[in-house]
Design a protein around this ligand. Sequence first.
Ligand code: ADP
Ligand code: GLC
Length: 478
Amino acid sequence: MKILFVASECAPFVKTGGLADVIGALPRALAAAGVNVRVLIPAYPGLRALAGRATSVMTFDDLSGGRARIRILHTEGLELMLLDAPRHFDRAGTPYLGPDGKDWPDNDRRFAALSLAAAKLAMEGAGGWRPDIIHVHDWQTGLVPAYLAQSGRMTPPVVMTIHNIAFQGLFDASRLPELKLDHKLFTPEGFEYHGRIGFLKAGLALSDKITTVSPNYARELLTPDFGMGLEGLLRARQNDLTGIVNGIDDDLWNPETDPNLVRNYSARSLKRKVANKREIEARFGLQRSDGPLFCVISRLTSQKGIDVLLDCLPDLVGQGGRLALLGTGESHLEARCVAAAKLDPGRIGVIIGYDESLSHLLQGGSDAILIPSRFEPCGLTQLYGLRYGTLPIVSRTGGLADTVIDANEAALAAGCATGFQFTPVHPTALAPSIARACAIYRQADVWTAMVRRAMRHPVGWGRSARAYHRIYSNLPAA
Ligand code: ADP
Ligand code: GLC
């Protein structure tokens, strides 16, 4: 079985969030199940060096009439296909934003070009390889089934995964000709969405199967509170929608071997975790204390509920806790975090920025990780927290609810708790859950038992990769 993954990011090459982690790890887990996956991503500046080493397997005129190439190379255990279209992707900035922090004004054309290239590859094959199935991820690749549908040819089936429905890729209808989209599909059954072109809408309306990244989020998506306007369409396609929880890459995220830690450790040698805590204290300017060290590793956006956490900092510090926060995002949230650290240096440490290595150290040396998201399709940082024995404190939503077992009395008695849940996303619910964590932390044996249990909790890709395999196996052949 040959599958083409199409996405806008892929770890460890280019990453702004969990999408990259999934695209980097799931193909290798599928390979173990005998599925041959190739991953198509754009050749952003950070990938130019790799592109230089890759073999060209297809040359064509891209969406804007410029020459583009698809190149392939085997690296980091992946069969990576790079869309080499410099005019769209060889630009400084993130995959989505220019150096000024604003969306690239031609993001519609850039990601339409990616989708069109994927559709062409799927129909014609390249270098003797043609996929049986195309698996597209998020709005940036939503137009793939639209381009396939308007080709009028026999085309491979498409699976679409929703990683985050908050980003829908909506653009003005006047862009139809520029994007080479057929007016016939500009209907509510196609990619029309309230008079605009909806990239995610296209994917959801026109793909054969839809998945999302946790069973709970799959249910939430059918409601107006979480479906963000697409709940009606998703309800109509409910029989084609499956929630499959994300896993973690065991090679990159393993406290026993992680090169980003000052000291490696396992569930049997937990005392070694302390060396990592000392390093965090030094890096974040924190004083030593007997209370727990909490961390946050997050995009700073309203999704992540950081504003709610900021309102709870007096409670956190009042309970003897300290906080190390690593994040980047909306400037008003960055400013509030920096101000909180200024107000209470020694107990609140903040580093604004994106730092992969530091994110591993924080997991390695903190006692607990705070994730107060307003919605969370799956979430990966709580899974890394479990693996590293850094107990997650999470809002009861999306994949967070599916993956963390709350330390309520029954779970504690039964010996199955792995973290703390709270609801609603409000300081009046978060503050007591922080207090609960601090109270259990003071009972060292109970805390240590929870940490050991969390570290044993299965968070790998095995089961979920098999669930994707089942979906692929049940698709009609092209
Ligand atoms: P989302 O994809 O919504 O941002 P996830 O929890 O699924 O949330 O994934 C976030 C990923 O990005 C994790 O791998 C996390 O460690 C990483 N991450 C988030 N913010 C930062 C940061 N400032 N520095 C380093 N890694 C970060
Ligand atoms: C999105 C979601 C996050 C999920 C990730 C990978 O960015 O916000 O919850 O874990 O995609 O699927």
